[in-house]
Design a protein around this ligand. Structure first.
Ligand SMILES: [Zn+2]
Length: 385
């Protein structure tokens, strides 16, 4: 069996190929099955880019997110999704696939592939703690585990979620009670559904959201449960709420620019300059906050993450007890090293196809080359998704 990265994660045996979370330019044609773990931009291309006729396995929620994106781009919605949901999958004569919760964002899945000879697990992005909106990731029983390594380095250890939630609520209450508008920023899919529920349940405030967050919240509510009261910030009702009662504004984190509070006051028609707080796992590093404060004049940053931190990743691998681990995205070299050292389990980073030599991939063999870079590393480390 070979595991490598070639515009998507490729798991290849003598009989078939699985293509996981592929990019648009991946080799769709040679794959027996394409699987998409969740709806974040760097994972969903398999559904966005696949041609009609190519079957792609994903959850109903991820399919719905794709529909939204395709419609926005005025592209036809393809009916090529094989729906997979927790503990269900697909079965053929040669292999079977089972899906498990990943705990990362709505609709996020992990996949277990049974090839008849081996059980191979792929986590995609996981969170191994329960959040306001997601269960913690299921533990898959498998021989070979391919695990994400976004925060796969020991400096990334997050505070307990309850503690963090209480800090965010306390900060929001103080800010809003002082009559200062508050903008919380986070990734639209996942983090903002969690923040909507947290603020709504914890403080009972109205939430004002961007159009995209509004649409994602609606999908969440359609498939799961109500998140609380939220309205589009750019609507008449939104403007009335902003002028009157207590509210918090939720926006995607990628709209930040220099002198952000003043610019935001202007674009949102606020009478006062708002405080901006960022919610991202990278905030666990204090220098991240200071650089963001300097660049954009943000007021606070909370390490609320949809990903497992370093300890959770090790905890997850321990719980699975695989005989071999492959690490991918973010900090794969570091995580593989620590899994070998601390858990005494064979581990190696997934290698880019461009760097392969013939003897790299055999499961029981250590890699003979050092991984210099992964094509997705830069994006994953600059943006937590
Ligand atoms: Zn993600």
């Amino acid at each position: 069996m070979r595991v490598f990265y070639d515009n998507g994660l490729m798991v290849e045996t003598d009989d078939f190929k699985f293509l996981l979370d592929p990019r648009v330019n991946a080799d769709f044609q040679s794959a027996n099955l394409v699987l998409v773990t969740h709806g974040h931009g760097d994972h969903i291309s398999g559904l966005l880019g696949a041609e009609e006729g190519k079957r792609v396995g994903a959850s109903r929620i991820t399919h719905e997110i794709t529909r939204l994106v395709r419609e926005k781009r005025e592209r036809k919605v393809l009916e090529n999704t094989v729906y997979l949901d927790r503990k269900f999958g697909v079965k053929t004569e040669k292999f079977s696939i089972e899906a498990y919760d990943a705990g990362h964002c709505m609709g996020s899945l992990q996949f277990k592939m049974d090839t008849g000879e081996q059980l191979i697990g792929y986590t995609g992005d996981i969170n191994f703690r329960e959040s306001m909106t997601e269960r913690k990731a299921d533990v898959m029983d498998c021989d070979v585990l391919v695990i994400e390594a976004t925060f796969g380095s020991e400096e990334y250890v997050f505070p307990e979620r309850e503690e963090l939630n209480a800090e965010i609520l306390d900060y929001a209450e103080k800010t809003v009670s002082n009559g200062v508008p508050l903008v919380l920023m986070g990734y639209s899919l996942g983090k903002c559904q969690e923040l909507t529920r947290l603020i709504s349940k914890g403080l009972g405030y109205d939430i004002l959201v961007s159009k995209q967050i509004f649409e994602f919240n609606r999908i969440f509510e359609h498939f799961k449960y109500e998140l609380g009261k939220y309205v589009e910030v750019d609507s008449e009702e939104g403007r009335e709420i902003m002028e009157g009662g207590k509210s918090v504004i939720l926006l995607p984190q990628f709209g930040l620019s220099k002198d952000a509070p003043r610019k935001m006051a202007k674009s949102l028609n606020l009478t006062k300059i708002p405080k901006i707080a960022l919610c991202t796992g990278w905030a666990v590093n204090r220098s991240f906050f200071f650089s963001m404060q300097q660049a954009y004049d943000i007021d606070a940053a909370f390490p609320l993450s949809s990903h497992a931190d370093f300890n959770q990743l090790l905890e997850y691998v321990s719980a699975v007890e695989p005989s071999r681990v492959y690490t991918t995205f973010g900090n794969p070299v570091r995580l593989a090293k620590e899994i070998k050292k601390r858990l005494k389990i064979n581990a190696q980073p997934v290698v880019n196809r461009m760097q392969q030599t013939l003897d790299v991939y055999t499961v029981n063999q250590e890699p003979r080359i050092t991984m210099k870079s992964e094509s997705r590393k830069g994006e994953e480390t600059s943006q937590e998704k």
